[in-house]
Design a protein around this ligand. Structure first.
Ligand code: MG
Length: 459
């Protein structure tokens, strides 16, 4: 059977692999599944700022309506706004039309469960099964769905954030923020939120535009050169950038230094566990600086497989105080169990206010590690046996303190850790190594890569 859903929903190039037939089919499959347990499902739908948003929204809506689902269209919203709306307004499900940070010719479909979290893999599998088997169950003529519109999602969401952070502490500081929404969906939320937090605002690309005229919407240093320049130029306290659908946020300190996502994630974890410990959740790929700060606060760390829905699910199950990914995807359970960039921006301001420190001072306190990344070819059919053999073999290695097989094989060593993780799509293993020393990180990575290559040869 075919696969449609990747790590972050379904994505593709518009009118090629992401087309209205696919969207309508997904709508019919999704609706068929919802109707199995709910008599009249109510589905919220929203889009990011891409040019193809109406086309795909109407196509998937048609499919959902045909199966008898009612639709509430909340318009152009960031992904976390749609997720929050589904949770708070008790919708049975949610659809967001977005391709996140991908180039403008892409678009995608992402599913939201009734609790506002991203679809689990089992729900996606079920939708795929109905789609490929074409076992759609269409409604009778008098039971097809209807569409209504609701424009309250943005207010609901902003108020949710204002209730989840220390507004007075932030307002008192009158922070100057340079905000780069990258012409994404965040443009219609973040400026309003920051003004409510009494911030002075310098805006870069804060108009939604699906052609992304400002820069590529992935918040990497090479795309944020203007933000990096602007922050010290206008003597701002902070620079903040969002990706296209505003679930991820990246920061620039007052000196114009780009803060990598592992550091802001660790800062969030440090603050969430301060004085009270608690559980913090992140994938196995995350830097040890996260573990260090949580341990310092007597907290507990859970490492999951890669993927924000997995992190969010474990956070819910374990009642975690914080979690996220090091790509700028921070998850604050006091708001909701998903990556949320506007909440992350407000929270970083709260940390700066309450700790009475600049962002560079706060980041300086996070332990530093050196990372080395490489890859190694391996045929798909050999990946399982290679991982199994590698884990068995290295358990006998005196230099290996612990073997973690959560996602790939991660070896904890005296000098750091190394992770061999199979790519889901390419015939390769990704090799990650982290240590206090750059050369050492490279040496360790190459040593274990060689061991794995031997195993591939023999298998
Ligand atoms: Mg995104």
């Amino acid at each position: 059977m075919g696969k449609l859903f990747g790590t972050n929903g379904i994505r593709g190039v518009v009118n090629e692999d992401m087309n209205i037939d696919l969207a309508q089919g997904i709508g019919k499959a999704w609706g068929t599944l919802l109707k199995r347990t709910i008599e009249k499902p109510k589905v919220a739908i929203g889009t990011d700022a891409r040019l193809s948003n109406h086309m795909l929204k109407n196509a998937i809506s048609a499919g959902l309506l045909a199966t008898g689902c009612d639709i509430v269209d909340v318009g152009l919203v960031p992904t976390p706004t749609l997720q929050y709306t589904v949770k708070m307004k008790r919708f049975d499900s949610g659809v967001i039309i977005t391709a996140s940070h991908n180039p403008p010719q892409f678009n995608g479909i992402k599913g939201v469960a009734s609790d506002g979290t991203e679809f689990t893999k089992s729900v996606e599998d079920e939708i795929e099964k109905i789609y490929f088997e074409k076992s759609f169950k269409l409604a009778d003529w008098n039971d097809v769905g209807k569409v209504t519109f609701w424009d309250g999602a943005i207010d609901l969401y902003i108020n949710g954030i204002l209730n989840a952070v220390d507004v007075d502490a932030i307002r008192e500081k009158q922070f100057h923020v340079v905000l780069d929404c990258g012409n994404g969906a965040g443009s219609i939320v973040a400026p309003i939120l920051l003004k409510k937090l009494n911030c002075k605002l310098t805006e870069l690309y804060c108009e939604p535009d699906g052609t992304f005229p400002g820069h590529n919407s992935e918040p990497l240093p090479e795309n944020l050169t203007e933000l990096i320049k602007k922050v010290p130029e206008v003597k701002a306290d902070l620079g903040a950038a969002q990706d296209g659908d505003a679930d991820r946020a990246i920061f620039v300190d007052e000196n114009g230094t780009y803060i990598w996502g592992d550091k802001s994630l660790a800062l969030g974890a440090k603050y969430a566990t301060k004085d009270k410990g608690g559980i913090a959740v992140t994938p196995v790929t995350t830097s040890s600086c996260f573990d260090d700060v949580v341990k310092q606060n007597n907290g507990e760390i859970i490492h999951t497989a890669v993927g924000s829905p997995i992190v969010a699910r474990v956070m819910m199950d374990k009642n975690a105080v914080f979690g996220g990914e090091e790509n700028g995807g921070l998850i604050f359970p006091e708001m909701q169990y998903c990556r949320d960039s506007a909440m992350a921006i407000a929270k970083i301001l709260e940390i700066m206010a309450k700790e009475n420190k600049t962002l560079s001072q706060l980041i300086d306190e996070i332990p530093k590690y050196e990372v080395y990344k490489t890859k190694m070819p391996c045929p798909h059919d050999k990946k399982e046996i290679v991982m199994k053999t590698l884990a068995e073999q290295t358990k006998k290695d005196n230099n290996v303190l612990k073997v973690d097989e959560t996602d790939g094989v991660k070896l904890y060593l005296n000098e750091g850790w190394v992770l061999m993780r199979p790519s889901g799509t390419e015939p390769i293993f990704r090799v990650y190594c982290e240590s206090k020393d750059k050369k050492l990180a490279e040496d360790i990575a190459l040593k274990y890569k060689k061991i794995a290559e031997e195993i591939i040869k023999k298998s």
